[in-house]
Design a protein around this ligand. Structure first.
Ligand SMILES: [Zn+2]
Ligand SMILES: [Zn+2]
Length: 343
């Protein structure tokens, strides 16, 4: 079962060759006990800066969560460095070849209270008592089982553009909200059903599966490495792809196409569309789905009001925002009354 956990030297060589002078986009995480987060943070920053790593990395006492890119030619050095850190030796890396080389523009390594903002009080349950990890093949079998309840642990704007067939996709804005809603909805099945969960890269399920076991669910499974790793295994092992649409990702690409179907709609005209954009009015920045025709007509904005503001000279826009506090700092996620076709 551990085969896909690490890349063989041959797989690495093939990846690097395919990338050429390109960068590899990599994500990984690990729950571990980190004593001095500042020293660890500085250590990573110094070494990774030398390797021309770019990305966003969170370090906390509970572990590390990293999304980054590295020049293909430096990958071996990067991997060696990871392997030199005891709890990161052979950590599973999600790797993609990035062709436009713009997934990250800076190296930011930040010390945080948590590696995922989950709102959970860890003292109440054992986070190491996790669900059973399954790979793509076993996951495909499990989700066809009539005794399975399949749950998407992501937020509404993520599952909207892509999810597994027959998955429950809670209409939630945060991970913390989804935990309670799912528990309530499934409370009668704590003993008789298999609770199978997935998320983008697996990290949310690490916590969620432990939480549900703590709450009394007897059979809890999680897709190891999330949708990202599932897509890789499906391709590599020529398995049936049961994911529909796009996988929402947290870099400038916004989404990675996993299957050709488009399951969502433009929030402005209702036509099939799964392209996330942010409203071009900097005071708004609403995240929503917009097709190319609406983008042209609306000047990349979410509403007529934003279009009007966006058309003003930049200095005037700035003057308008002045005194409005932090309203333009709120990264609104996919909900607004101006969006006619957002359910
Ligand atoms: Zn449209
Ligand atoms: Zn707007």
């Amino acid at each position: 079962m551990q085969l896909y956990n690490t890349l063989s030297a041959k797989e690495r060589a093939a990846l690097i060759e395919a990338a050429g002078k390109e960068r590899l986009t990599i994500s990984f995480y690990k729950y571990a006990h980190i004593g001095n987060t500042s020293i660890f943070r500085n250590h990573l920053f110094i070494r990774w800066n030398e390797l021309d790593v770019l990305g966003r990395i969170y370090v906390a006492k509970e572990g590390i969560n990293a999304q980054l890119s590295v020049p293909a030619e430096n990958f071996d050095g990067f991997k060696q460095h990871l392997d030199s850190i005891s709890f990161l030796e052979n950590v599973r890396l999600n790797i993609a070849i990035e062709h436009d080389n713009k997934s990250f523009l800076k190296l930011k390594v930040k010390v945080r209270h948590k590696i995922v903002a989950d709102g959970l009080n860890d003292a109440t349950f054992d986070v190491t008592d996790k669900g059973i990890h399954v790979g793509a093949e076993q996951f495909n079998e499990l989700i066809e089982d009539p005794d399975t309840v399949l749950v998407d642990m992501r937020n509404h704007y993520e599952s909207e553009i892509g999810h597994f067939k027959n998955a429950i996709t809670p209409d939630v804005d945060t991970f913390r909200d989804s935990l309670d809603i799912i528990e309530e909805d499934l409370s009668e099945h704590k003993k008789d059903k298999k609770l199978v969960m997935y998320c983008t890269g697996g990290i949310r399920c690490e916590k969620a599966s432990a939480y549900y076991k703590h709450k009394g669910f007897k059979q809890v499974y999680q897709l190891e490495g999330g949708i990202i790793e599932y897509a890789r295994q499906v391709e590599e092992q020529a398995l049936e792809n049961k994911f529909l649409g796009k996988n929402f990702v947290f870099d400038h690409r916004r989404g990675e196409r996993i299957s050709d179907v488009v399951i969502s709609h433009c929030h402005q005209c209702g036509k099939p569309c799964d392209t996330h954009v942010n409203c071009a009015n900097e005071a708004c920045h609403l995240l929503f789905l917009q097709c190319a025709a609406c983008a042209a007509e609306m000047d990349n904005c979410c509403s007529d009001d934003c279009k009007t503001v966006h058309a003003l000279p930049y200095e005037e826009q700035k003057a308008l925002r002045k005194g409005k506090g932090a309203s333009n700092k709120i990264f609104k996620k996919g909900r607004s009354p101006v969006l006619k076709f957002k359910k």
